[in-house]
Design a protein around this ligand. Sequence first.
Ligand code: CTP
Length: 408
Amino acid sequence: MLNGKRILLIVAGGIAAFKSLELIRRLRERGASVRCVLTASGARFVTPLSLQALSEDRVYSDMFSLTDESEMGHIQLSRDADLLVVAPATANILARMAAGLADDLAATVLLATDKPVLAAPAMNVRMWTHAATVANVETLKKRGVTFIGPNDGAMACNEHGPGRMSEPEEIVAAIEAMLTQNRPLAGKRALVTAGPTREAIDPVRYISNHSSGKQGQAIASALARLGADVTLVSGPVALADPPGLRVVHVESADQMLAACLAAGAVDVAVCAAAVADWKSGRPAAAKIKKKQGAAPPALELAPNPDILATLSKPGAKRPALVVGFAAETENLVANALDKRKRKGCDWIVANDVSPATGTFGGERNTVHLISDKGVEDWPTMPKEEVAVRLAERIAGHLGRTRPAAAAE
Ligand code: CTP
């Protein structure tokens, strides 16, 4: 909770500004008060009236307004806050912060503050990866600015990649971690598998699936934000490694299992990877060539090890909590209940991956959490929010168990 905490929210000009409205609502629900500074370009995307209605406070935007300065000077604005949050943090405001400019109220407040600053970047992928932005972010990190996101995914400009502003729920979790030292998983170790596996047929061909690795990566990040020491074992994905955790890259299911076992004792294991069930029984050492007139070669398959079932086996090294996923296209809950029993894991996050749902590779997920307490239906939400909720549930559960080291 954020009872009594005072947030100064700086809304700059980006399409993601609409998410800041939801952010204000969620912060206030948690007991924080929110005061907004709106830049001139921010006002092109959201109106001062919307910010004012949601924050129930006046909105500040003009540095040279006599009324503003007499009622609340720009120095006082930052003094009266516990935390400054820049959301969306556009390439432009990050550049102005890095350069130390004071050319409008937002930049001046950011320059004048001695309070912690959290920035949630939002911009086109090329702007985010431009050397100038990379250098500005580096400079700001060195000066102590904390960053959340950006996330990877489809953007308003029809491009794809890192640049989407973090979801309000993720920003709230980051704010709570900064202001309340809310790190319930500090001292706990977590293992997360993510992405597809790739099973070689020959040196140039493989069997794989459409998993993007997004859900697993978001869970790993959410656990790390709550203080866990996280190892993410990831199959081949098109995402950048998330900051703040250990990432082990693997290709095949055999490699994924070996990396999981090498991670040592953990308190929680979350198997979100879409592991290929089969591999080629006899992968060819050289590229398989077509032979004129010959029938296509038959692919002989062999089963892959089941990583989730292996980690769930009872024993001294078993994590206190093992969470699996059930990717189903029919009879979702019934199949997931059966899978939980068969694999021996504690919880199953069941999701419908039928093509019509757009879950595989998409941004949102509709899941059901199955535990010994029964089946909980969660509403459809961004994968990052599923991750935050799951991490919070894991933290709640592990709060009641002994750490991995004690179980060894
Ligand atoms: N899993 C695993 N190792 C495997 C196969 C699956 O660790 N070789 C894990 C997945 O990470 C997931 C859970 O098991 O947490 C269920 O995966 P899913 O693909 O839904 O189930 P399968 O075991 O593959 O069963 P089926 O394909 O018959 O639905």
